[in-house]
Design a protein around this ligand. Structure first.
Ligand SMILES: NC(=O)C1=CN([C@@H]2O[C@H](COP(=O)(O)OP(=O)(O)OC[C@H]3O[C@@H](n4cnc5c(N)ncnc54)[C@H](O)[C@@H]3O)[C@@H](O)[C@H]2O)[C@@H](O)CC1
Ligand SMILES: Nc1ncnc2c1ncn2[C@@H]1O[C@H](COP(=O)(O)OP(=O)(O)O)[C@@H](O)[C@H]1O
Ligand SMILES: [K+]
Length: 495
């Protein structure tokens, strides 16, 4: 697990480390510059002709410190200072003076040369407004230069707060992020400007973020061992829970199959599908492991009583029967529920959202942006995209739910937990059926008795990993929902 702080939160952690713990700012800066040098060496970047462009803040200080370390190695970088003398920070001035004392020359323009490496140390997390004027011209020139581009901490122009480009952004091949990758290079479009990101330790105390619940976190592959539910030798199918999937409608059996197969694929003990009679035969053939029961044969009350966890919505339709079933589940089922697709669309109508407030067990909602817009009474998608953290925070507090807002960067939120931003998954998954698989995975994880928040983040992570594995094999065009299920069945190998 790692944190993805905004620039503001990173600044707070810097201050806490410097003032609260007493590690001098220049010590942190030294480590920042050293780590950059290590990345340059590890990536075997040609240092035959290095350009370092420094601003007047501490990011510029990082740049001057790096320039000095290059001098020590016998490399003479071209250093350009583009900041304002008057606003130069204390540390930036110190680093600049040391560099000059050692014989380093500082330019005010970028000399025309064929650079092999271009380092951006103009703005870091202190960027606070649109870039314009001379700064914009310099960044434009830097983007056009040949040579490998490396950004110190974050590419200048990328907002560390939300990934937006403030006027113009440095287009990096590599970004060396001090201590933590910033939220702004995980979210789009910032991610596209950052290239490969290396988060390097420089001594900033990250435990500062533990109590700061608004700081976003994410998981990596190495965390899998701790997030997957345990599989005991001495167990039986009851140990791993009974999943009920209320899915599919007349002529729509695929969604039910995908979610049910995914629930089994992630380890649920027993899966029952509740669907119209017309789907029985095809589902029995597609997934003989599942129990199929139908609207015509059994009442919704009796099936919900059987279940340890319920997933409702994939392919459900928005008919009268579907609405009745959803209402019964929401008012009667005393087990955790995952609501997706048409379940969400029905929830958005006729004040049904209010029913969530009466639930005694956990509810997980898995809307994509358009479904979220419906849940929010038609709030435009663009508004949700830019304000997702604040909007979702308010929503999960009001309705006491865990919300999985699906996107290229899926966000999971629950009251009193860190927001979780997912970094697995890819464009190959932008296809019908992918979401049904996610519903099955989260429901299947909940059946194995982990918390709603853990099931949601683990499910989203695994679902994205499955997409990444499938893309490795098939590329970005041919991946199908069934490939995601196939990959999920092998998730234990990813640990
Ligand atoms: N001691 C520390 O605090 C450490 C800081 N570090 C580096 O310092 C950076 C943060 O330093 P700062 O807080 O000084 O901030 P920056 O160096 O990112 O920039 C701040 C300066 O840019 C100006 N500015 C912001 N937006 C502008 C715009 N659009 N146009 C023109 N000027 C603009 C600000 O007024 C300020 O003078 C980090 O990103 C990191 O690279 C690291 O060396 C680690 C230690
Ligand atoms: N470009 C992308 N990058 C990462 N994940 C993606 C991308 N496109 C889609 N996904 C993932 O695929 C799933 C699509 O879900 P959804 O839109 O509900 O599909 P459906 O309803 O057709 O099953 C979500 O989990 C989403 O995060
Ligand atoms: K930078």
């Amino acid at each position: 697990m790692r944190y993805l702080p905004t620039g503001k939160k990173m600044g707070e952690a810097d201050r806490h480390t410097i003032d609260g713990i007493g590690i001098p700012s220049l010590v942190l800066m030294e480590r920042a510059a050293l780590q950059c040098l290590h990345v340059i060496a590890a990536r075997q970047i040609d240092t035959g002709n290095v350009l370092i462009v420094c601003g007047s803040g501490n990011n510029g200080g990082d740049g001057f410190a790096l320039a000095r370390l290059f001098l020590e190695k016998g490399v003479h970088p071209t250093v350009t200072f583009v900041g304002k003398e008057a606003s130069r920070s204390e540390e930036c001035t110190t680093q600049m003076e040391i560099f000059k004392t050692l014989g380093g020359e500082i330019f005010s323009e970028i000399p025309e040369k064929d650079y092999t490496l271009v380092v951006d140390a103009i703005f870091g997390v202190g960027l606070s407004r649109e870039i314009s004027g001379r700064y914009a011209t310099i960044l434009e020139t830097m983007n056009q230069l040949k040579g490998i581009k490396l950004a110190m901490d974050i590419p200048s122009g990328v907002s560390a707060e939300n990934g937006q480009i403030l006027g113009i952004g440095f287009r990096a091949d590599y970004t060396v992020s001090m201590q933590c990758e910033k939220l702004g290079t995980v979210l789009f479009p910032g991610k596209e400007y950052a290239g490969e990101v290396f988060a390097v330790p420089i001594g900033i105390d990250e435990t500062y973020f533990t109590k700061q619940k608004e700081v976003v976190r994410t998981c990596d592959r190495k965390d899998l061992k701790s997030v997957l539910p345990r599989r005991l030798m001495n167990s039986h199918k009851g140990t791993y829970g009974k999943v009920l999937l209320i899915a599919g409608s007349e002529g729509m059996s695929g969604a039910a199959f995908f979610s049910a197969a995914a629930a089994y694929g992630i380890g649920a003990g027993l899966v029952k599908i509740y669907t119209p009679e017309s789907n029985r035969q095809v589902l029995q053939q597609l997934l003989p492991e599942a129990i199929i029961t139908t609207y015509e044969k059994e009442s919704v009350s009796s099936v919900t009583e059987w279940a340890d966890v319920i997933g409702i919505g994939p392919g459900l339709s928005k008919g009268k029967k579907a609405a009745e079933i959803l209402e019964t589940v929401l008012t009667q089922a005393e087990v955790p529920c995952v609501i997706d697709a048409d379940g969400l669309n029905l929830l958005a109508e006729q004040n049904r959202l209010e029913l969530l407030k009466t639930r005694k067990q956990a509810t997980v909602l898995t809307p994509h942006m358009k479904e979220m817009s419906r849940l929010l009474g038609g709030k435009p998608v663009a508004e949700i995209q830019t304000g997702r953290f604040e909007i979702l925070k308010k929503f999960v507090e009001e309705y006491s739910v865990t919300c999985v807002l699906k996107d290229a960067r899926t966000l999971v939120m629950k009251q009193d937990e860190h927001p979780y931003l997912n970094t697995t998954g890819n464009q190959a998954m932008a296809k019908g059926g992918s979401g049904d698989v996610l519903t099955g995975v989260i429901t299947g994880l909940l059946a194995q008795r982990i918390s709603a928040y853990d099931a949601a983040i683990t499910g989203v992570f695994l679902h994205g990993m499955a997409g990444d594995q499938a893309k490795k094999e098939k590329g970005s065009y041919g991946v199908l929902a069934r490939d995601l299920i196939h990959e999920i069945e092998y998730c234990e190998r990813w640990q």
